[in-house]
Design a protein around this ligand. Structure first.
Ligand SMILES: [Zn+2]
Length: 299
């Protein structure tokens, strides 16, 4: 079946193909792991740090006594190449969430990557900025050949009644949005549990708290790294005060405990990692600094 998307995109295919070939020829050997931008979000500080005092905010470098400012976190989708696979960790926002986000298709095109070459999409969780991007403007799958991977706990949560009763009414669109994407990927989805090898060399690690089934992934082998999703989501707040309640975490106590454990592991193992909302592409390492932590972004 030829989809509406293919008809429209087909018209531009010849020019795009020659451009992509040129880019590939000129580029150095591709990194096994890199990030592509999906744009950024704009979120009020009062939402992200609902319990922070003016002293807390000063301690993390936010001089916002009135707590009325906003932050503009980047959205970094991780791309991993191995053994003939092209794996994306999360799919971005698509065009229906925020006007500042949903740029992943542009970033993929600029990198010369054909949407049909993406073999797998692995989700950290099902918030809009991570899963809504699986559908294009015509509500068709953006990655037509991909298999989709999500934790059993995350899938079960978003289809449960608890999702609606847990979340305030203004976030009920998150539930409807997740369910719509789940329906679209249902025939191509693989559900995993923490500890499973999701794909060869990619291990699922429970990182619940941000959402009930939120998952981090350890990519083993050359260029080993951990994909932490939204478990460590702000520089400097997540590093300087990992204990602070983060408003985007659906269970803030559990989110803080998970963040503390991940930071301890990443600093102890000197393991490279990727944060979906961290600056400068989101790839870096954690350093211990006195009683706290510091994000060292890769150049
Ligand atoms: Zn999230």
């Amino acid at each position: 079946m030829i989809t509406r998307r293919e008809v429209i995109l087909g018209a531009a295919a010849c020019g795009a193909a020659s451009l992509a070939t040129t880019r590939r020829t000129q580029a150095a050997a591709p990194s096994l792991l890199e990030t592509l931008s999906d744009g950024h979000l704009v979120l009020p500080v009062a939402f992200l740090l609902p319990k922070a005092t003016p002293d807390d905010l000063r301690a993390v470098g936010l001089e916002l006594e009135t707590n009325t400012g906003s932050l503009a976190p980047d959205c970094n989708v991780t791309l991993h190449r191995s053994d003939g696979r092209l794996v994306l960790f999360d799919a971005g926002s698509g065009s229906n969430f925020l006007p500042t986000a949903g740029k992943l298709p542009d970033s993929l095109a600029a990198a010369g990557i054909d949407l049909a070459d993406v073999t797998d999409v692995v989700f950290t969780h099902a918030h809009p900025d991570h899963i809504w991007g699986v559908l294009d403007d015509f509500d068709e799958l953006l990655f037509p050949q991909a298999r989709y991977h999500i934790s059993e706990a995350e899938w079960e949560y978003w289809i449960s009644e608890a999702a609606l009763s847990d979340l305030p009414e203004e976030r009920h669109s998150f539930v409807a949005g997740a369910r719509k994407r789940f329906a679209a990927i249902e025939e191509r989805v693989v559900r995993f549990r923490s500890g499973d090898e999701v794909l060869p060399g990619i291990e699922a690690v429970s990182a619940a708290g941000h959402t009930p089934g939120h998952t981090a992934f350890v990519v083993h082998g050359e260029e080993a790294a951990m994909i932490v999703g939204d478990a460590i989501s702000n520089d400097p707040v997540s590093f300087v005060r990992p204990d602070l309640h983060w408003g985007a975490d659906q269970d803030p106590d559990k989110g803080a405990a998970t963040r503390g454990a991940l930071l301890d592991r990443l600093a102890g193992d000197r393991l490279r990692f990727v944060g979906f909302h961290l600056p400068a592409g989101g790839i870096g390492r954690v350093e211990r600094s006195a009683n706290t932590y510091r994000f060292v972004a890769e150049a």
